[in-house]
Structures are given as structure tokens and as C-alpha cells.
Design a protein around this ligand. Structure first.
Ligand SMILES: Nc1nc2c(ncn2[C@@H]2O[C@H](COP(=O)(O)OP(=O)(O)OP(=O)(O)O)[C@@H](O)[C@H]2O)c(=O)[nH]1
Length: 351
């Protein structure tokens, strides 16, 4: 411990930042909520960024004392840095109100531009330090995503700490295989196996683990600001291949869609539940992620639905607040989504 303290000496007045990353549905929010609800004696500022038009994620973060700041949707690789800088600048003006910053990126985010923020922006670099990139990996789906999603690979390669989550969904040989895949991409990160992201807080926070030299080996251009890439507003996240001169490939999947549906009021669970089960079966392979917050007829509590491919979780959570409008929202993220059919099916569930 003594040497850790010594090595932090110079930077100890900088605010530590932990970047939580990991592909869609891996368990980032579960980890974030675990951190926020356990007794940690720290005050966190939480910054989240999500994919999708309706801010469901923000709504699923536990009610804690922490303030949650939302980054704009959009092209993560490009807009995230400008947005993140703006939010952090705002936070730094109120220094003293929090001890650490947690940034949860979307599952589709490449961690490089996020991590880069803490080095290339002078103000941010002077006042904060990147403590670690923590990547949550889905033991069940990661091996498929390593084949088709470059972001998933970069998230693993960039990690200082890896939480290999959802070990309950795989057999021991499958777990071993995914661990080998991870190790082939990143032999350096500390790896913790988990279910429901149940790692000790000390394993993910206060690690002082971000290693700039290792990242520069991976991405020689990591510290070069790409002005072209800075602060512009794409209103869409798709359709371009970035050729930063980096060792890693960054691009956005053109076929990825995000579909948001809303009913201004209640749905009938007797219609909704069988419908959503059918969707899980028929659309599951194309559905990377789905979420919903629903008002069930005659039910004072909000029903929260979570899905990754054909695996659906749902439960009744807190009550609708008196000042909250009862409405039912669903977000689907995936490929080849049939908007008309999903919309028609959902509408038919209205109470
Ligand atoms: N079986 C199982 N399910 C889990 C585990 N951890 C999380 N989940 C479930 O997986 C789903 C996704 O978890 P989240 O924590 O929301 O994942 P995320 O990475 O924040 O997802 P996005 O930010 O939407 O990409 C939820 O339904 C969780 O309850 C686990 O260890 N095992």
C-alpha cells in the first residue's frame, strides 16, 4: 500500500475518474448501482451516456444522493469528448462537493475517446486523473460480440479491470473459454468473475491502474487531438468509418438501430406479457438490448423490463410518483428491427 500512496502523491489532489464500459447489457448499470448503494463513504458525481432516443437508462439508476449527468446521445466516438468536457468543466467549478467521478458509457462506446478526454483537455487533465477503465464483460455473449462488434474488443483491450459477469449463465468450460479469449486480447487487466456484478468496490475503485504506456502501445496516436473529430454535432451515430490513425479500428455499425416506443398511459399485463415473450423468441437473435418502464393497469408500481437477446427480466419496482405521468416506454436496440410490427404489437397492449 505504501508505494501506491507514494506514487499517488503528486496526483492526490486530482479527482479520480473511473470509466465503466462494457458491451450492451453486460451489467454496467448493475455495477454502478452496486457501487452507489453500498456504504462507501464517498460522494460520487455520475455521468452516463446512452444509446436510444428515450432516456430509460438514467431512470434505472438507483435513487441515491448522487447527481446524475447525462451526456448527449449520438455518435459516441465523436460527440462524447465535447460533451464530457462540458459536463466535467461544470463539475469542477463546484469542486469540493464530490470525491470521485464515475462515467458509465453506452455499450456501443469505444473507450478510447472517453479515456482520451482525461489527457488531451488541459483543464480536465489538470484537475482529474483517470483511475481505471473498468470493463464489464458478459460471459454468455462476449465471444459472439468479439466476432462482430469491434467496440466490444476495444473495451476489453483498453480495460485495466475486467468484471467477467453473468457467470451463472454459462458452464465451467464456457467460462474458461471466454476467459481465454479475454486473456488473448488483454493479459494485463485484473479479472474478477462475478454474477450481478458482485465485485468488491475496492476491486474497481481507487485502483490507480490506468497505464498510459500500455495504451500508447495499443494506440500510438492516443494523445493526439484530432480537431476534425472534436465538438461537432452529428445528429446520427451511424454510417461512417473513422480512420483516425490508430492501431485499433473505430467505426460505427450502420445497421444498428435504436427504436423507442411510447404509450401515453397504461398497458394491460395480460396482453403485454405474452406479447413480449413472443417478441423475445422471434426477435431475440436480432435484439442486442431492450428495456422498458411500464405502467400496468391497476398497479401502483412501475414495471421494469430488461432484455438481452431472448433473455428477459422484469419486475415491479418503485411506485409511480404523484408528479410522474403514468406512461409506458420501450426501447429496442438491434439489427433488422421491424418497427411497424413492434409498434403495432405494443399499441395492441394498451389498457
Ligand atoms: N443472469 C444474469 N443476469 C444479469 C447479471 N448481471 C446483470 N444481469 C441482468 O442483465 C441485464 C443487463 O444489466 P445492466 O446492468 O442493465 O447492463 P448494462 O451493461 O448497464 O446495459 P446497457 O447499459 O443497457 O448496455 C439486466 O436485466 C440485469 O438484471 C448476471 O450476473 N446474471
Amino acid at each position: 500500500m505504501a508505494d501506491t500512496i507514494a506514487s499517488q502523491d503528486k496526483t492526490s489532489d486530482k479527482i479520480p475518474v473511473t470509466v465503466l464500459t462494457g458491451y450492451l447489457g453486460a451489467g454496467k448499470t448493475t455495477l454502478l448501482n452496486r457501487i452507489l448503494t453500498e456504504p462507501h463513504g464517498q460522494r460520487f458525481a455520475v455521468i452516463v451516456n446512452e444509446f436510444g432516443e428515450i432516456g430509460i437508462d438514467n431512470d434505472l439508476i438507483v435513487d441515491a444522493d448522487e447527481e446524475v449527468f447525462e451526456m448527449n446521445n449520438g455518435c459516441v466516438c465523436c460527440t462524447v469528448r465535447g460533451d464530457l468536457i462540458r459536463i466535467i468543466d461544470g463539475l469542477l467549478k463546484r469542486k469540493g462537493k464530490f470525491d470521485a467521478i464515475l462515467v458509465e458509457t453506452t455499450g456501443l462506446a469505444d473507450p478510447a475517446p472517453v479515456a482520451q478526454t482525461f489527457f488531451v483537455d488541459q483543464d480536465v487533465a489538470e484537475k482529474t486523473r483517470l483511475d481505471a477503465v473498468v470493463t464489464v464483460a458478459d460471459a454468455k455473449w462476449l465471444k459472439d460480440r468479439l466476432k462482430d462488434a469491434p467496440e466490444a474488443k476495444n473495451q476489453i483491450a483498453f480495460a485495466d479491470v475486467i468484471v467477467l459477469n453473468k457467470t451463472d449463465l454459462v458452464t465451467a468450460p464456457e467460462l474458461h473459454e471466454v476467459e481465454m479469449r479475454i486473456r488473448a486480447l488483454n493479459p494485463y487487466a485484473k479479472l474478477h468473475k462475478a454474477t450481478r456484478s458482485n465485485v468488491a468496490i475496492a476491486d474497481v475503485l481507487g485502483r490507480n491502474a490506468f497505464d498510459l504506456d500500455r495504451i500508447l502501445d495499443l494506440e500510438p496516436a492516443f494523445l493526439e487531438v484530432d480537431e476534425h473529430d472534436h465538438d461537432h454535432d452529428h445528429d446520427h451515430h451511424h454510417g461512417h468509418d473513422h480512420h483516425h490513425d490508430h492501431g485499433l479500428k473505430h467505426y460505427h455499425d450502420e445497421t444498428m438501430q435504436s427504436l423507442s416506443l411510447k404509450i401515453d398511459g397504461d398497458v394491460d399485463p395480460a396482453k403485454f406479457m405474452p406479447w413480449i415473450d413472443r417478441i423475445a423468441q422471434s426477435e431475440g437473435p436480432n435484439l442486442l438490448r431492450w428495456k422498458g418502464i411500464l405502467a400496468f393497469k391497476d398497479e401502483p408500481r412501475r414495471f421494469v423490463l430488461q432484455g438481452v437477446h431472448m433473455i428477459v427480466d422484469g419486475d415491479l419496482q418503485r411506485e409511480w410518483r404523484p408528479d410522474e405521468k403514468r406512461e409506458s416506454r420501450l426501447v429496442f436496440i438491434g439489427h433488422h428491427l421491424n418497427r411497424d410490427e413492434l409498434e403495432k404489437g405494443f399499441r395492441a397492449c394498451a389498457a
